[in-house]
Design a protein around this ligand. Structure first.
Ligand SMILES: C[S@@+](CC[C@H](N)C(=O)[O-])C[C@H]1O[C@@H](n2cnc3c(N)ncnc32)[C@H](O)[C@@H]1O
Length: 223
C-alpha cells in the first residue's frame, strides 16, 4: 500500500514538472525560449541581448558597449535628486536609445533597475552626491537646465553651444522641487530650456521631460 502511494506521488511530481517545462521552455535550434525571453546558449557572462536592436544582434555581444560608444552623441544627462526608481530607469533607457554617453545620478545611491531593460550595459552611469558649477567646467560640459519658465525648446539651437571641446549636459530636476534655483544661478553659461505646455496640469513627469529634451537635442545634432 505504502509503495503504491509513493509511486503515485512520484508519478504526480513527474507529470507536474513535465507540464511546467513544456509550457516554459521550448528548445529551438540552439536557443531556449523561456517565458518569451530569448536566452542564447554559450552566452558571455554578464552580457545581455534582451532589447537589443535587431540590426546589432548579429554582432558579438562583447562589442555592444563599443558600438554604442560609436553611436553616441556629445550628450550627457543629469538626474538631479530624482526619487522615483521608475523615473530614473525610464530616463536612462531613453538616454541609451538616443545616444547619450553618460548619465549622472545626483543624490540617489540605489534604484530598481527593472525598467532599464539592460540600458545600463550600454551607457556610463555615475552616481554622485553633490554638484556645483566647477563640476561642469571640470568635465567640459555645457549645462542645459531643462526647467519651466526658460527659453522654449523650439528656439534653442543646441549646435551653437557645442564644439569639439565640450558636450551638452541636460539637467532635469526632482519630482517635487525641480532643479534648485541656487544651482541654476551659479551656472553662468547655462541655458534654461522649457518644453511648452498647453493643458491644465502644472508640469510634465520628469522622465517624460528628459525624453522630450533628449529627442529634440539628438534630432538637431543628427539632422
Ligand atoms: C515634476 S517637475 C518638478 C516640479 C515642478 N517644478 C513644480 O513646481 O511642480 C520635475 C522636473 O521635470 C522637468 N520638467 C517638467 N515639466 C517641464 C517643462 N514643461 N519644461 C521643462 N522641464 C520640465 C524639470 O526638469 C523638473 O525639474
Amino acid at each position: 500500500m505504502v509503495i503504491i502511494f509513493i509511486s503515485f506521488v512520484i508519478l504526480c511530481l513527474n507529470l507536474y514538472f513535465w507540464l511546467h517545462n513544456k509550457n516554459n521552455r521550448i528548445l529551438e535550434n540552439n536557443r531556449i525560449l523561456e517565458n518569451n525571453r530569448i536566452l542564447e546558449k554559450n552566452y558571455p557572462e554578464g552580457v545581455t541581448r534582451f532589447n537589443i536592436d535587431t540590426n546589432y544582434k548579429k554582432f558579438n555581444p562583447k562589442l555592444y558597449k563599443k558600438i554604442s560608444e560609436k553611436l553616441s552623441l556629445p550628450l550627457h544627462l543629469m538626474l538631479f535628486n530624482i526619487s522615483g526608481d521608475a523615473n530614473i530607469a525610464l530616463s536612462i533607457r531613453t538616454a541609451a536609445v538616443y545616444g547619450c554617453s553618460d548619465v549622472w545620478i545626483v543624490g540617489k545611491k540605489k534604484f530598481n533597475k527593472r525598467a532599464l531593460v539592460g540600458a545600463h550595459h550600454y551607457i556610463n552611469i555615475h552616481k554622485i552626491d553633490i554638484v556645483d558649477a566647477e563640476f561642469f567646467i571640470k568635465h567640459n560640459l555645457q549645462p542645459f537646465v531643462i526647467e519651466q519658465n526658460g527659453v522654449p525648446i523650439e528656439e534653442i539651437k543646441f549646435k551653437n553651444h557645442i564644439n569639439s571641446n565640450n558636450k551638452a549636459c541636460l539637467i532635469v530636476g526632482s519630482e517635487v522641487e525641480g532643479v534648485p534655483l541656487n544651482l541654476i544661478k551659479s551656472l553662468k553659461n547655462a541655458q534654461v530650456v522649457s518644453i511648452s505646455q498647453y493643458g491644465m496640469i502644472k508640469s510634465l513627469n520628469v522622465s517624460i521631460a528628459a525624453s522630450i529634451a533628449i529627442y529634440e537635442y539628438t534630432k538637431q545634432l543628427r539632422g
